[in-house]
Every structure is written in C-alpha cells, then in structure tokens.
Design a protein around this ligand. Structure first.
Ligand code: NCD
Length: 309
C-alpha cells in the first residue's frame, strides 16, 4: 500500500524527505504519462472544495488537476453563497461535503481549521491554506519548482523576502526546506519578521539568517522567493501602510543577482515584483503556478489509489 493512501495532508511537518520526493517523482510521472493513462488515475472520483477565503491558482489548479486525472470537482468557491452564510457550522459543512466527494480541499481563515476538518470528515482532507499557519501544497509545488528548475535542492542558497510574519506559504516552505541541506536568508521589515514560536521545532535543522536589507545576500542567492505583504491579516490598516511596498524586485535589483538565479512567488503578486521582470530568464513564477497543477494531481493520485499509479 502506498503511504499516502486515504491520508490527510494538513501540515508539511507531517511529511519527511522521502515522502516529499515520492510526490515530486509522481508529479514527474504525471507530466510524462500518456493522456489516456492519466485519465484512469482518478476516473469516477470527485474532488470537493470549500474556500472560505479568496483563491485563484490553488482552487483552479486543484480542479484542473482532478480533471487531468479523469475525475470531477464540485464545491463552494464563495462561502457567501453557501449555507455557512446562514450560520451552518464548519463541522456540518465539511461532513456534507465528505458525503458528496472522495477527497476534500479546504481553505479557511483560521489556524487549525484543516486539522479540525480532517477530524470530522469521513474522506481525506487537504489543507489549501489555514490562516497564517500553513499552505502545504504550495510548499510541495515550490520545492518541485526548485528541483525542476535548478536540478537539485541540497546545496542551494535560498532568499525569502516579504511578509514573513503572516505569510503561511513561508512557514510551509521553511518546514519543507528543513529536510534539505540549504542555506536560507530571510528578509523582511522589522515588524514582519518570522514568528519564532512557529519555527521553534526546525531551528536546529535549518540554517538561516535574518535581515531587513534585501541587498545583503542578493548576489549570492540561487533562489529568491518573494511574497506579498498580507494586507488582510493586519489588525490595523495603518500598520499595513507603513510596510507596503517595502521591497520591490525590479530590473535594477535583478542585475545584482547571479545569472542562473531563479525568482519564485506563490502569487498573487501586487507591486513586489515589477512586471518588466516577467520576461527575464530568472522569472519562474508562472512555471511555478503550472507545476502546481502537476504536484496537486500527483498528491491526489497517491491519496486515491491504494497501490499508487
Ligand atoms: C498564497 C496564500 O493564499 O497563502 N496564495 C496562493 O495560494 N498561491 C499567497 C498569498 O495570498 O499571498
């Protein structure tokens, strides 16, 4: 039996290096597989999605992924049009969804929401973003992109810049990177530094520095991972306005980077990467978005098939 069969994916911390590599290899297989064979992997299976927060790529890539595998999807993209608006509990909403589907994907504003959903769901739950806590499938996609574009993960110097306090993709990425031999340089405004309590468990397995100056390590990086300042998570808009636009990656900064460095971003991008960077060879965030479809297909294929595919 494959280790992912019928398993919930709530935190990257539940996955070891070998399991991450199994997903990456499965994603490579999906890319290469004959389209007709791909369609057999989730034939007759239904993905149910519940999004209590806005999403473009995550939801659409899950839907594209299940379609790629021959399955279908149904769900709630805008919670205002569901019975949650009438006051139905998250537990009941999840229970109902697990009657109509074979696998559930949940995005919610609250930390712990996916873990709770997995407890009440009769079907496997995948966390598609839980508050400021985690976004595990984004990290799987991010590491797959690094592996694909740089041909390795071990030995790389990785810069992460932006909102390190509220950005959930950052935490999942760090938890995943703690399985590898990498050097991490964190850059953020002072008030958006990483939450020490959230990386307490990995502080001995991940080597990282913290700074407010993006130029400190720029010329040394193999990967620059840029994140959006998470406006919606600030308790006070005034505080957001103070840090808005803190870092903008434009052609001027790009020139200071190594020729073969790559720039990633989970997206959506606001002003933190200027659009003239898009056409440069370092920009890989659109490839990254595409790999999200294959890595999510790989993960669902493994969860749904007892003997893998
Ligand atoms: C991210 C998220 O929702 O955490 N989006 C995504 O899924 N790619 C990042 C963000 O919103 O900034």
């Amino acid at each position: 039996m494959n280790k992912f069969f019928q398993r919930d994916i709530i935190s990257v911390r539940d996955l070891d290096k070998q399991e991450l590599e199994t997903i990456f290899d499965a994603a490579e297989k999906i890319i290469k597989l004959d389209p007709n064979e791909r369609q057999e992997i989730a034939r007759g299976k239904t993905l149910g999605y519940l999004f209590f927060e806005p999403s473009t790529r995550t939801r659409l890539s899950f839907q594209a992924a299940i379609a790629l595998l021959g399955g279908t999807s149904l769900g709630i993209a805008d919670i205002a049009s569901s019975s949650a608006k009438k006051g139905e509990s998250l537990a009941d909403t999840v229970k109902i969804m697990s009657i109509y589907s074979d696998i559930l994907v949940l995005r919610h504003t609250l930390d712990g929401s996916s873990r709770f959903a997995a407890e009440v769901s009769s079907k496997p739950v995948i966390n598609a973003g839980s508050g400021t806590e985690e976004h595990p499938t984004q990290a799987i996609q991010d590491l797959f992109t690094i592996r694909k574009e740089k041909k390795k993960i071990d030995g790389l110097k990785i810069g992460i810049v932006g909102d390190l306090k509220y950005g959930r993709t950052v935490y999942s990425l760090l938890y995943a990177l703690a399985n590898y031999d990498v050097e991490v340089h964190l850059t953020s405004p002072e008030v958006l530094k990483i939450r020490p309590e959230s990386i307490y468990e990995i502080k001995n397995s991940l080597s990282f520095t913290e700074s407010t100056n993006i130029e400190e390590y720029l010329d040394d990086l193999d990967v620059l991972y840029v994140t959006r300042i998470q406006k919606e998570r600030f308790p006070d808009e005034e505080e957001y306005l103070k840090v808005k636009g803190s870092y903008v990656i434009g052609l001027d900064l790009l020139q200071k980077m190594k020729d073969d460095a790559i720039i990633l971003h989970p997206l959506p991008r606001l002003d933190e990467i200027s659009t003239d960077v898009d056409k440069t060879k370092q920009a890989r965030y659109f490839e990254q978005a595409e790999y999200g479809k294959y890595t999510r297909a790989a993960l669902m294929g493994l969860i749904l098939n007892e003997n893998g595919f």
